[in-house]
Design a binder for this molecule. Structure first.
Ligand code: ADP
Ligand code: MG
Length: 442
């Protein structure tokens, strides 16, 4: 389906023609007509499926077709969980505003508050913001949302995971009038808090869910390597980077300290890498991101701060130097490659410390994962044995008691004796204590 068939204003179609998109994506096909019709929306689809335009286009279309509720208040507000994501959305909004007389502004945490107050005094029609700072402006009375026509929550699940529920409520209450339309997007609709907030903020929403977030991503090849310890991970990484024909790579580590250490190590190996870690200020982050975007560096090392929002088509490889703590983060990290129909490789290094996370990812993806090997770099670690089955519910247990009695009692499973031999000196031993959760409910 072409964008033309979605009933969008010609001025928007003209701006769209600057991209050579052949047709609308599934989420765009389904969400745009519903949103144009004025209905609230609760939608999910996999990363890289074009959700941004699925809300930007109908928001602008409505503004072009209808008279503003208020001369001063913004007509549309888009909230995003991270500064990086907000900037990306803002870029896409700006490109759709070409030739239109609307002003837009970006309101991010970590930037100068007074400059933002000045920008708000120019009464921009559209605002892209992170929730914390936008709520601050409401409090400071530098912004009013009584005339807001469209509120968009992008990656609502992530905003809630980051603890933004109070700010979202404050923003909702500042714009609580009957005619406001709310478009809520989330990576998953299986999220209790998302459903709670949706119940509060949306009015009889149309639910659209395209593909599930654990759906196999056709354009991304996923590979997993078992590793014994840090040195082994580094050796694997070095070989992978040697052999891969990459344009740009994003490497994810578990912590900020690991990010800095690994970046230093890569540069010692003459691999030009730059670190993006959470403790940097906005200017520093901007500089790093723009250097990466301009290909000054081919390798970006980061923690989960960058796993959402980065949209760089030339990222051919994502490497999980450490597995992510939260399962859904895996999907988001991996989604940084294979953008917009390009092919991508996602490579994960799984050591003893990563095993629990790996098992959760495996369960989440519902795929049988086999491990790849590199010649001469085979390790000893083979994964931990499956733990005891989850405790049965009392009722079931009672039911099966009689049969269990008859069965020969089994000896408890022994710990793999070679396990401790596999752990190198200096590598802190990780022995998972908790039974793995069947799904990511963290
Ligand atoms: P999501 O928010 O679902 O992760 P984005 O909105 O960030 O996805 O879009 C991912 C990429 O796909 C962007 O580079 C965007 O410009 C591109 N894109 C959007 N719509 C289309 C389309 N209809 N056809 C091809 N590419 C598209
Ligand atoms: Mg998005």
């Amino acid at each position: 389906m072409q964008f033309k068939e979605l009933g969008l204003d010609n001025r928007l179609l003209k701006n769209l023609s600057h991209y050579d998109f052949k047709k609308a994506t599934d989420i765009q096909k389904q969400a745009i007509p519903v949103a144009i019709a004025g209905k609230d929306l609760l939608a999910s689809s996999k990363t890289g499926s074009g959700k941004t335009l699925a809300f930007v286009l109908p928001m602008l279309h409505k503004s072009l077709k209808n008279k503003a509720f208020s001369a001063k208040d913004p007509r549309g507000v888009i909230l995003a969980p991270t500064r990086e994501l907000a900037k990306q959305v803002y870029g896409e909004l700006k490109s759709m505003l070409g030739g239109l007389s609307y002003e837009a502004t970006l309101i991010l945490g970590g930037e100068n508050f007074n400059d933002q107050v000045k920008a708000l005094r120019r009464f921009p029609k559209f605002i892209v913001a992170t929730p914390g700072r936008l709520a601050d402006h409401l409090e400071h009375r530098s912004l009013f949302l009584d005339g807001l026509e469209t509120l968009v929550l992008d990656e609502a699940d992530r905003m809630l995971d980051l603890g933004f529920a109070p700010e979202l409520r404050r923003i909702h209450n500042a714009a609580k009038h009957r005619r406001r339309q709310t478009l809520m997007f989330s990576a998953t609709l299986d999220h209790a808090e998302v459903n709670d907030i949706a119940a509060e903020m949306l009015d009889a929403p149309k639910r659209i869910s395209i593909g599930v977030s654990n759906e196999e991503h056709k354009d991304i090849t996923q590979k997993f390597y078992l590793c014994d310890h840090l040195d082994h991970k580094e050796a694997l990484l070095e070989r992978i980077l040697e052999e891969a024909e990459y344009k740009q790579v994003i490497i994810f580590t578990a912590t900020r300290v690991d990010t800095d250490r690994l970046t230093k190590w890569l540069n010692e190996k003459q691999l030009k890498a730059i670190a993006l870690s959470g403790n940097l200020n906005q200017t520093q982050r901007n500089t790093i991101m723009s250097q990466f975007e301009r290909h000054v560096f081919k390798i970006l090392v980061t923690t989960d701060v960058a796993s959402r929002g980065l949209d760089i088509a030339t990222v051919t490889h994502v490497i999980n130097f450490d597995m992510p703590k939260h399962t859904e983060e895996y999907v988001h990290r991996v989604g940084r490659t294979g953008r917009a129909g390009n092919k991508g490789d996602a490579i994960s290094l799984v050591g003893p410390k990563d095993w629990d996370s790996f098992k959760r990812v495996e369960a989440f993806l519902q795929q049988d994962i086999s491990f790849s090997e590199l010649e001469g770099l085979k390790g000893k670690f083979k994964g931990f044995r499956p733990k005891k089955p989850a405790f049965k519910k009392k009722a079931q247990a009672a039911k099966g008691k009689a049969q269990q009695k008859k069965a020969t009692p089994k000896k408890p499973a022994k710990r793999d004796k070679t396990f401790f031999n596999n752990v190198a000196v200096g590598d802190s031993v990780f022995i998972p204590k908790k039974k793995p959760k069947p799904t990511d409910s963290e």
